[in-house]
Design a protein around this ligand. Structure first.
Ligand code: DGY
Length: 318
């Protein structure tokens, strides 16, 4: 019997490659660059299983070139890059990588929150420039974090992990989401309407998946509802936030600052953001620890093995 073909669209950390079972015929690349449309089409046409990344657009037209493909294992928890309905129509399973990246993404959210409020990047830049004149009582004053209100939009796995970290900062948490979430012992998380969370948060963090319903969930109207002293953090997906509206809000002082890990047109970042000192910008690093990226790969392999063995994928998405 022919060996099943596993196509991997991008270079993955070595421990993931080492864990690939010998019985697969591997089609992959040593490149970090996205595959060309032709490479992607050829890979999908040949494969029984694919591991793809969040920046590979897996649409109906690409799927129309598949004949043997049984599973697309997305190397991400978000799967807005895949036309799941078109895959289902062809009987192709789609899986994602939940849980293993929750803590890493929550950690990075806090790194952004603290960096923006305490002006970490500005301070670092100043020291490196060699122009820091020494300590002054009024120098680089930032915004207090401890005791302030943290607002979370999307209280799923990552939203809850971000909220858990707020306990250490003595921060009350308010959140908007579809369901009530039990808070850890000794802490109260309060569910509110979206507008109440917008208006009541000193720090607002976005954790919804990107869907038609969440596209530009935060736009000019929502930003105008926020406190002028508030900070907005986005580690979910860029298009959840209207980037042009954010640039205007930051220029107008509608909110105090922002910290972003994700963008509407990655890797392009709105020029208006690049020139603002009160914004911290990271290159989509939410899950970027070696440990997490290895575990994400192993989750993909587990899902692939299940489907190729005729079993249900543990992380099949809806
Ligand atoms: C995800 O898994 O959706 C993350 O954005 C990857 O870093």
């Amino acid at each position: 019997m022919d060996r099943p073909v596993l196509y991997i669209t991008r270079r993955l950390p070595p421990p993931v490659l080492e864990a690939i079972p010998q019985q697969y015929r591997l089609l992959t690349t040593t490149s970090d660059e996205p595959p060309t449309a032709t490479e992607l089409r050829q890979g999908f046409a040949e494969a029984d299983a694919v591991i793809c990344t969040l920046s590979d657009c897996i649409d109906a037209s690409l799927l129309s070139h598949t004949t043997t493909l049984k599973i697309i294992a997305n190397y991400a928890v978000g799967y807005n890059n895949i036309d799941v309905a078109a895959a289902a129509q062809r009987g192709i399973v789609v899986s994602n990588t939940p849980d293993v990246l929750t803590e890493a993404t929550a950690d990075l959210t806090w790194a952004l929150l603290l960096a923006a409020s305490r002006r970490v990047v500005e301070g670092d830049t100043w020291v490196r420039a060699g122009t820091w004149p020494g300590w002054r009582p009024t120098q680089m004053l930032g915004a207090a974090v401890s005791g302030k209100t943290l607002g979370i939009i999307g209280m799923g796995r990552i939203g809850q992990a971000v909220a858990r970290r707020a306990v250490g900062f003595g921060m009350p948490v308010i959140y908007a989401g579809h369901r009530s979430i039990a808070s850890p012992l000794g802490v109260t998380w309060v569910r509110r309407s979206l507008s109440e969370v917008l208006a009541g948060s000193d720090f607002l963090s976005l954790h919804v998946p990107l869907t038609e319903a969440t596209h530009h969930l935060i736009g000019p109207r929502e930003l105008a509802t926020m406190k002028p002293t508030a900070f907005l953090i986005n580690t979910s997906r860029g298009p959840v936030l209207d980037e042009a509206a954010l640039v205007s809000a930051l220029h107008a002082g509608t909110i105090a600052g922002a910290a972003l890990d994700v963008y509407e047109q990655e890797p392009v970042v709105s020029a208006g953001l690049l020139s603002l000192p009160n914004v911290v910008l990271l290159p989509h690093l939410g899950s970027a620890t070696l440990d997490t990226r290895v575990r994400m790969g192993l989750v993909c392999l587990t899902n692939i093995a299940a489907v190729l063995n005729g079993e249900a994928a543990p992380n099949q998405v809806a």
